[in-house]
Design a protein around this ligand. Structure first.
Ligand SMILES: [Zn+2]
Length: 204
């Protein structure tokens, strides 16, 4: 029996861990995209006992009151936490978005000039080549800096200000670890699959 597509009401922004057919995590998506993949038969839900379920089978299972669910024409459907892709290479690994939080995570919340860790409120993004001199906002030109070093450096290059970078800033090669670290919500259902994910900053 073919179901009606889910009618969105709540929970559609919840993060969902996506595994390839080898049960390795490939990305985190939102439930909106997850339900679309499930409905189109591109992925199945893995339940807590690692049993895969297609859309119809998953929709048959009534959510318990504690479960996050969305309303559909055939009743509430539980938001999946883990999806298993049907094909190996259908979903390319998404590039890591350049954001303040991701730069802080890459640099382990450490000022790249004085190695201080003053806490996130005291951190700034520093353009190594200042914007006033044509420096762009890229992974290679942005570093985590404490306010004090940021002020001291001002519109100079690090060497002009007598400062040295702890390490050369690069685009992180393993984006899933950073994406995971940046997640504000994590679920127990993900944990069995995360052992293969390298810590932030390590090569893939
Ligand atoms: Zn500093």
């Amino acid at each position: 029996m073919l179901a009606h597509p889910p009618t969105p009401r709540t929970g559609l922004d919840s993060p969902v861990l996506v595994l390839n057919r080898g049960y390795q995590p490939v990305r985190i998506t939102d439930a909106r995209d997850g339900f679309a993949m499930l409905y189109l038969g591109r992925a199945r839900v893995l339940d807590a006992s690692f049993e895969p379920h297609d859309f119809d089978a998953w929709a048959e299972r009534r959510p318990s009151p504690d479960d996050e669910a969305i309303g559909t024409a055939r009743g509430p459907i539980r938001v999946p936490r883990v999806l298993l892709l049907d094909a190996y290479n259908r979903v390319p690994r998404a590039p890591l978005r350049l954001s303040r939080r991701h730069v802080y995570l890459r640099d382990d919340f450490t000022c790249q000039y004085c190695a201080g860790r003053p806490g996130v409120k005291e951190l700034n993004l520093d353009h190594v080549l200042p914007r006033s001199r044509g420096g762009r906002s890229t992974w290679e030109n942005l570093v985590t800096s404490c306010r004090r070093c940021n002020l001291q450096k001002a519109w100079s290059l690090p060497e002009e200000a007598g400062m040295h970078l702890l390490k050369r800033p690069v685009r992180p090669s393993w984006s899933l670890a950073l994406t995971l670290a940046a997640q504000r919500r994590r679920f127990a259902e993900w944990e069995p699959f995360l052992a293969s994910v390298a810590p932030a900053g390590e090569a893939e």
